[in-house]
Design a binder for this molecule. Sequence first.
Ligand SMILES: [Zn+2]
Length: 422
Amino acid sequence: MAIDNTLSPHGGELIERVASPDNARHIAAGLPKLSVSDRIAREVINLSYGVFSPLDGFMVRSEVDSVVKNMTLTNGLVWSIPIVFDVTHETMSEAGLAQGDSVLLTYQDEALAVLRIIETFSYDREFMARNIYGTTNLDHPGVSRTLEMADIFLAGPVTLVNPPLINPPFDRFWKTPRQLRDRLSELGWNAVVAHQTRNVPHVGHEWMMKGALLSSEADGILVSAVIGEKKLGDYIDEAIVLAHDRLREAGFFLPDIHETSTLMWDMRYAGPREAVFHAIVRKNLGCSHHMFGRDHAGVGNYYDTYAAHQVFENLPDLGIKSVLTLEWWYCPVCQSVAYEGHCGHRDQKQDLAGTVIRRIIDGGQEPTPTTLRSEILEIVRECADKYNGGSAFVTPEYLENRAPVFSLGTLESCTCSNHQPV
Ligand SMILES: [Zn+2]
């Protein structure tokens, strides 16, 4: 029997701004066009389907300022990362755009969405970076992303006119918040723990998920794999998603307690601020709990290892509970995978982190049930061969040649005289 998934989205209402096919042709007709980047296209899609509820579009200056200074929207709701659309002066004048205009955003030469520009503004990007990331060091990828933004921000609501066609192998895993909520209901899950990931799961991750499931007493684990901008050396997206799914397929999780999904999001590496953001987004996806391990959404040494555990202490209840987890490692004395909060042999621990797993994947070390499951190694190698010429890690060739995560079909143009303003 299906159970209603009644967890409310952030702000109480799921934002959905997707035009019907007929209406889409009307509202897109005759508008000036503006081609957008991968980054902006992903955020337009998220805004349109309510992944970023209660936002219905790109932020106006007062919202950005409130988020930067107070970590709230102007209405007082907690919000930690600015969602902005930057363009250059040249782009504005070439497209002939001004405040008050509606513009058809195009991606891959196809119509994507209509943006109603209610404000154009500039903002001190260094001030933004310092407040969001706690540093203005350009080595921080979030800081460099912020400081590289163009001069003008366009703000206003977006309406999707051409839904994305998700390409394999991601088509099985990407769902809108409404679709995902329906799926969680179908599974009969009321309490759902989100596992944010950018990794193929080693045995430490597996036990971390199992531990979170036990301690939260939730009905299931939703793996929410972040699919977006990649850095060299990251795991390729295909391997991350399919390897997580293999954990269930291979029986390490029962079929009715584990579900794999994707989130199109460009990591900002904003540490505690991004942890808050991840919690809000997963709430919008229908999750009641969110796992936070060590160095969540961190990079380098900019944040305390457990900054993401502490940040929620000073915030109002977000309506999604944190499941805080420490490290899982292999302990030769316990002769098992062991938890930092239990095992008394810390000085003998063998980390399951990066280097060991990479050595296994690269063939320099055999997988074991205490490091990486052989089933996971097998699918990771399959993905490496199929999607990246043998490497499971992002290479310059992957960045250049990978198949797009989504494509757009052609929006037939409308020739009637019944065009409605957005
Ligand atoms: Zn031990």
